[in-house]
Ligand binder design. Structure first.
Ligand SMILES: [Zn+2]
Length: 316
């Protein structure tokens, strides 16, 4: 520090004082002890309704493996749910029936697996930072004590990008497959991580909205036989909230998801030139929707103004 100060004689003394103070503080700060992580096996069995599992296994062969978000071993490609939830799901998972599926106090303790390379760790951290900035949801590093927390992990089987919908309770796995020789998988940018975290916060796929048939045509004849259930609809209260249908949603399927043949679309937007399936960032509506679900817009007029502005400016 003395050498640095001596080599910068022109710096104002106040700034130098700041440098000295910061330097002096470093050795005093002991590194925080990391909480002991639960053991995560390479192969996990996320809960998938029994009848879905049979269907999915039968159809698994038919599906091309080029999109890590489209894995037939899971419900709706990248969601894991229980038999109990599935029974409700037929009519839509309702927040008044499952209030415990929202994270308490809009707080999500999380762990990013130490197995990730620094660059991939940074991508996931960036996704969390973006969500923190654009919402009132608090993402906090898991302190080793909180009962419910998100465990973001490069699960080997089933690999790919997948998540539970809403808070599951206890350590909750969220899989983000890192890049490999075949491609970037879930971590080519922060978008797919944001998509999966939005599932974990309780958001469904946009095209599963009850009113989607007014906005898109689902071409079932192009869907891999047995996987039509990926295009099921939710109940009205579950997915529309008070927002318009959003082609730009980061939660919307792409045009060719679950297509049985390359070039044959499974979803065609009714609005001409609408693009589907972007995975760059939350749309303005995604952003408003998640803020609405967690009460961020009702907290105060300051919050309302802040999040409306942020969503408008930063939304895709
Ligand atoms: Zn999804």
């Amino acid at each position: 520090m003395g050498r640095a100060a001596a080599s910068l004689p022109a710096l104002p003394s106040l700034l130098l004082l700041g440098l000295v103070a910061a330097g002096a503080a470093w050795p005093a700060r002991a590194p925080a002890a990391l909480p002991r992580l639960p053991a995560v096996p390479n192969v996990v069995h996320p809960p998938v309704p029994d009848e879905m599992r049979q269907l999915a296994e039968a159809a698994a062969e038919a599906l091309g493996d080029d999109d890590p978000e489209v894995r037939p071993a899971l419900f709706q490609g990248d969601m894991a749910i229980t038999n109990e939830m599935y029974e409700y799901w037929r009519v839509g998972l309702r927040w008044d029936v499952f209030p415990e599926k929202l994270w308490d106090n809009a707080t999500v303790p999380y762990v990013i697996s130490p197995l990730y390379d620094p660059a991939d760790y940074a991508t996931i951290f960036q996704a969390i930072t973006t969500l923190k900035f654009m919402t009132c949801i608090r993402f906090v590093p898991w302190d080793g004590k909180a009962k419910d927390f998100l465990l973001i992990w490069p699960i080997k089987k089933p690999a790919g990008c997948w998540s539970f919908v809403g808070k599951f309770g206890g350590p909750q796995l969220l899989s983000l497959q890192p890049p490999d020789e075949r491609g970037p998988n879930c971590l080519g940018g922060e978008g797919r991580a944001i998509h999966e975290i939005l599932h974990a916060l309780g958001i469904f796929h946009e095209q599963s909205r009850a009113d989607r048939d007014e906005f898109v045509d689902v071409l079932y004849e192009n869907v891999i036989p047995g996987l039509e259930v990926n295009f099921d609809k939710q109940s009205l209260e579950n997915t529309t909230y008070s927002f318009e249908y959003d082609y730009d949603s980061i939660m919307h399927y792409g045009k060719y998801y679950f297509s049985k043949e390359k070039g044959k679309p499974t979803i065609v937007p009714k609005k001409k030139d609408a693009k589907l399936g972007q995975r760059w960032s939350m749309s303005t509506t995604d952003c408003l929707k998640i803020n609405d679900l967690y009460g961020c817009l009702d907290k105060s007029s300051y919050h309302q103004r802040r999040f409306y502005t942020l969503c408008r400016i930063m939304g895709a």
